[in-house]
Design a protein around this ligand. Structure first.
Ligand code: NAP
Length: 250
């Protein structure tokens, strides 16, 4: 049955940034699809735990430093016995004119959005390679993996690089049954875009450009996240899938 290929029954996923927004939606969708989920967050994922129930386990970690990577994998395997899926969702954005952009805002964004993404992925894949089993890695990219954006130089640099390493890692690991792909969300109504949505002029400009005519929601991302975590995507490698209400096509 084709629908069975989308099931995550028996699988264990690690999802970073599990306390809110898109990460919370992905946790909910994975549990509904049959997986057990280790959600990583720097603040307790209390609401997500309430939504997901006993198949959710919260690991507290600050992803601004990649030294937590090995422990995240260890704790997941200790709790659920395995780790098949990694979703690198946690991310931050700093908005400022490029002429005034600080080194601190450059480093903080690059650390969470790129450096820890790479080293957590490395720790996750090392275990799979050692065991000789496949797995699924999904990076959350952005429209700014394709476009320049405005006043967000470190965010654009990090998300363009996320799309790049998604391809690099797929090139190395596809032959081992490890799929590395990314999802590029369009403009979604979460904390990440709160500032933009509060700016009447920017908000109206953005909305006018989205062919679907509305901001996206965490629910809009769930189908793509389940697909890329499931056997239905076994021959999809190194691709960044836009879930953007048509934004990139404009
Ligand atoms: P969000 O609500 O701000 O969620 C970001 C998540 O990352 C939160 O759980 C946040 O935790 C976590 N996080 C940030 N820094 C962390 C750290 N040092 N350690 C651990 N966790 C950390 O925004 P979102 O929209 O759901 O963002 C999820 C991903 O989608 C991000 O990678 C973002 O760049 C990407 N994205 C979003 C949009 C959009 O329109 N919303 C578009 C394209 C891409 P706290 O709550 O503690 O800060």
């Amino acid at each position: 049955m084709i629908l069975d290929k989308f099931s995550l029954k028996g699988k264990v996923a690690i999802v970073t940034g599990s306390n809110t927004g898109l990460g919370q939606g992905i946790c909910r969708a994975y549990v509904e699809a049959g997986a057990k989920v280790a959600g990583v967050s720097r603040r307790p994922s209390t609401e997500t735990a309430e939504i997901c129930g006993e198949n959710f386990y919260n690991i507290i970690a600050d992803l601004s430093n990649p030294s937590c990577a090995a422990e995240i994998i260890e704790k997941t395997v200790e709790k659920f016995g395995r780790a098949d899926i990694l979703v690198n969702n946690a991310g931050i954005i700093k908005r400022c004119d490029s002429a005034d952009f600080t080194e601190e805002d450059w480093d903080s964004v690059m650390n969470v959005n790129l450096k820890t993404v790479f080293f957590l992925t490395q720790a996750f894949a090392k275990r799979l390679l050692k065991l000789g089993v496949g797995g699924k890695i999904i990076n959350i990219a952005s429209m700014l993996s394709y476009q320049g954006g405005i006043r967000v130089p470190s965010y654009t640099a990090s998300k363009s690089a996320v799309k790049g390493i998604t391809m690099t890692l797929a090139n190395e690991w596809a032959k081992y049954g490890i799929n590395v792909n990314a999802i590029a969300p369009g403009y979604m109504a979460t904390n990440n875009t709160e500032q933009l949505r509060k700016d009447g002029e920017r908000s109206a400009d953005i909305l006018a450009r989205i062919p679907a005519g509305r901001w996206g929601t965490p629910e809009d991302l769930e189908g793509a996240a389940v697909f890329l975590a499931s056997a239905a995507s076994d021959y999809v490698n190194g691709f960044t899938l836009a879930v953007d209400g048509g934004w990139l096509g404009r």
